[in-house]
Design a protein around this ligand. Structure first.
Ligand SMILES: [Zn+2]
Length: 411
């Protein structure tokens, strides 16, 4: 039965007993005091048991709760594909795609949700809530449906229709907020406190990072060692905080001797975390981190990132960094990933490939480096976004002659 050692404030360092506080340090408040979960790392010993059903629960030695509290949906255990063509083209030691879209609700958010829902059940909470640009919401709605738990979802009015469709099908109570994601986030927090819901929002709930970190355990196990670099898209910072924490914990537990450089990628029009990282590197304060957010990649359209403190400090600890890319680069990366690797990602999900092209061009990564791209959200989540600029398929008569003519036009 796993048990965390304590909860720690990443800003003032104050520690709290496990389960004594839900979200943030009362002295530092939100978002500076969003808590991190610590474990007695030395007890992890020889590693994780092999399990027949591959899910994130096999890492329970480094999780705050065990599988007995989980709902039946399987989170984690996603494939790691080699992409040798990209490695050759870019002159890298190796490129792998960690396809985290292959989860119950088709995004990486299922990892954090699995943990938040299990913790809610352990603590006897009767309902959950969250604010989300879409993926975390549909994830929470799915897991709550599986567990028969009511959930209350706050999405910005601009959330794509397929994501809202998932929410409605799962039977969630959905509130479309006539405002931005950041407004939906604040409203969900206030409502959760008012009605006693357990809030799963990214960045706010420390248990989400605990689920997110398992992607790093899987990368390490899949490769048999840690790579030189890992690249992942960043919105509010909870996913990259998890990615970094996973590798840092493998080292703390003595399972890996080093950590990879972790690189975050943001859209140029929504780059609050990247800018905060720049400030931190110059010795300036991380907070406040608040600026306008404008990109077609809705999953990372965040102006007021909730987990910015961890997303900045942990990335610095891995000697990684941040890259910003244009919307055109995001779309082009999504098309390349789909047409050259067979992986259909939403624009935010393809962002790591766009970043990789930059990191190679700028000489930050080179031929000694083995790189893992974490693909966070399926293209089916935002088909209109991904297919922008692609031609319509030809409409043909139902006869072979028409096919013959059409084939001649195929490149
Ligand atoms: Zn504090």
């Amino acid at each position: 039965m796993p048990e965390p050692k304590s909860l720690r404030c990443p800003t003032c360092g104050r520690e709290f007993p496990p389960w004594s506080v839900d979200y943030f340090c009362p002295d530092c408040g939100f978002p500076a005091g969003n808590l991190e979960v610590l474990y007695p790392y030395v007890q992890v010993g020889l590693g994780f048991p092999r399990a027949e059903a591959f899910s994130l629960w096999r890492y329970e030695a480094l999780l705050p709760v065990g599988e007995e509290h989980a709902v039946p949906l399987r989170a984690g255990g996603t494939p790691l594909y080699p992409w040798p063509k990209a490695a050759r083209k870019l002159g890298l030691g190796g490129v792998w795609i960690k396809d985290d879209t292959l989860q119950p609700t088709a995004s990486c958010k299922d990892r954090g949700t699995a943990l938040a829902v299990a913790v809610a059940r352990k603590l006897g909470r009767k309902a959950l809530s969250c604010a989300s640009t879409g993926n975390a919401a549909s994830s929470l709605a799915g897991f709550c449906a599986a567990g028969g738990i009511p959930c209350y979802i706050f999405v910005p009015k601009a959330a794509p229709a397929p994501k809202i469709a998932q929410l409605m099908a799962f039977g969630a109570h959905v509130f479309r907020v006539d405002g931005t994601y950041d407004q939906a986030f604040s409203l969900a927090l206030a409502a959760s406190q008012e009605f006693g819901w357990y809030n799963r929002s990214d960045g706010l709930n420390p248990m989400v990072v605990e689920g997110n970190k398992t992607v790093s355990f899987e990368i390490w196990e899949g490769l048999g060692e840690v790579p030189e670099a890992v690249v992942v898209a960043v919105g509010d910072g909870a996913v990259i905080a998890g990615v970094c924490k996973g590798f840092l914990e493998l080292r703390a537990a003595g399972l890996a001797s080093r950590v990879p450089r972790v690189f975050g990628v943001q859209a140029a029009g929504a780059a609050a975390v990247a800018h905060a990282f720049g400030r931190y590197q110059r010795g300036e304060p991380i907070l406040p981190a608040e600026e306008p957010a404008d990109t077609l990649a809705d999953s990372i359209r965040v102006g007021k990132p909730a987990d910015v403190v961890k997303a900045v400090k942990y990335v610095a600890e891995t000697a990684g960094g941040y890259v910003t890319v244009s919307d055109e680069e995001l779309l082009s990366a999504a098309r390349d990933l789909a047409s050259q690797a067979g992986v259909f990602a939403e624009p935010a999900g393809a962002a790591p490939y766009a970043a990789l092209l930059r990191l190679v061009k700028e000489g930050i990564l080179g031929r000694e480096d083995r790189v893992v791209l974490i693909i966070t959200g399926s293209g089916l989540k935002d088909p209109q976004g991904v297919t922008q600029g692609l031609p319509e398929p030809p409409l043909i008569r139902p006869d072979l002659e028409a096919v013959r003519k059409a084939v001649e036009k195929c490149a």
